[in-house]
Design a protein around this ligand. Structure first.
Ligand SMILES: *Cc1c(COP(=O)(O)O)cnc(C)c1O
Length: 362
């Protein structure tokens, strides 16, 4: 057994996994082992929706593995990266005693998953420039910490964590904790190298990828966890028997053809150009104090009065993310890069707000 697996919850290691009908026998001409309806559903007569889906559809697994440059056995597909985060916490953290470590300001789901499981969250704030404080982090790692979540590029700051930092963390906690590298925005970071390149040398690294952002499939809920095959097998025990609905599998396959990937890349080019245009123009606004550098499809910016800007954008039908309550992000809003027209609307709104003279007070 992989040494790091000994850090999983003992009851999960001992668990007898559920064996679904579809896992036991997949291909026969007469399928009478899963209590399914023998007819296609009303409304979708030409579909196979009366059948349970493949738990880990081989075609999708093979294509994702190819795109991510890993082996199929290293891949666990689920309902977005959010499910992967939840599975990791459930499989590794014992309620009331184990912990995760995070580097705020960062993605909120790590904490939600930990608290749902009754695990503790240890926060090691990012340093100036939003770099992780590896020394401080390692100083806080004790026997209780099972998972270290590092988001790179980080949401909501838009910053990249160097692979060398990830590798240093992985080496330091080798048989004690998993370093979970959330790469939800990887496709937007043009020159970045994926932490999947560290997997061969470091069995305690787990990489999360998703089709929700660059591949435009947030509504289909398809994400991948990439790790040592033994970690994948362990998490599969905790995952629902049929996590992926058939229409979502089909949508994912359609978004991953060679042509689709070419289109995705061309759209990223537009997003990156637009991000630079938005950043440049925003920096000239009297409402804006700082636009933080970003390698993602969003910008994090500090405003003179974020609450006012948020409200006035909303009044114009534009909703952005208020991240001003995040650690170190007082006065900040996170703005997703939209279509050129949508970005124009944001800029026009900021422009209006800057030129409107204050109402004379009575
Ligand atoms: C959007 C996002 C995800 C994606 O979650 P899905 O469940 O795959 O949609 C994961 N991590 C971060 C940091 C994100 O911002």
């Amino acid at each position: 057994m992989l040494p790091i697996l000994a850090r999983a919850r003992p009851d999960i290691l001992a668990l007898q996994p559920y064996s679904s009908a579809r896992m036991e026998a997949r291909h026969a001409s007469i399928m009478l082992n899963a209590n399914e309806a023998p007819w296609a559903p009303v409304g979708n007569p030409d579909s196979a929706l009366n059948r349970y889906p493949d738990p880990q559809p081989p075609a999708l697994r093979a294509r994702l593995a190819e795109i991510y440059g890993v082996a199929s056995a290293q891949l666990l597909i689920g309902r977005g990266s959010d499910e992967a985060i939840d599975l990791l916490v459930r499989a590794f953290c014992r309620e009331g005693c184990d912990a995760i470590a995070i580097t705020p300001p960062t993605y909120g789901m790590y904490t939600v998953a930990a608290h749902t499981q009754g695990a503790t969250v240890i926060e090691i704030p990012l340093l100036e420039g939003f770099h992780p404080d590896a020394d401080a982090l390692l100083a806080r790692i004790d026997d209780c910490v099972k998972l270290i979540f590092i988001c790179t590029p980080n949401n909501p700051t838009g910053t990249l964590v160097p692979l060398a930092t990830l590798e240093r963390l992985a080496v330091a906690v080798r048989e004690r904790a998993l370093v979970v590298v959330d790469e939800a925005y990887f496709e937007f970071a043009r020159d970045a190298e994926s932490a999947t390149t560290l997997l061969a040398a470091h069995a305690n690294i787990v990489v999360l990828r998703t089709l929700s952002k660059a591949f435009a499939l947030a509504g289909a809920r398809v994400g991948s966890l990439i790790a040592h095959a033994q970690i994948v097998a362990l998490l599969r025990r905790v995952q629902a028997p049929y996590p992926l609905p058939i229409p979502c599998i089909d949508a994912a396959l359609a978004a991953l053809t060679e042509t689709a990937v070419t289109t995705m890349r061309a759209r990223i080019d537009i997003v990156l150009d637009e991000r630079e245009r938005l950043a440049r123009t925003m920096m000239k606004s009297a409402q804006v104090l700082t636009v933080y550098p970003s390698v993602t499809n969003f910008l994090c910016a500090r405003f003179v009065d974020a609450e006012k800007i948020y409200g006035q954008l909303l009044a114009r039908g534009i909703v952005v993310r208020d991240v001003s309550h995040y650690m170190k992000l007082a006065g900040c809003l996170r703005i997703t890069i939209g279509t050129p027209a949508e970005n124009d609307a944001v800029l026009a709104a900021l422009d209006d707000l800057s030129t409107v003279s204050p109402q004379p007070s009575l």
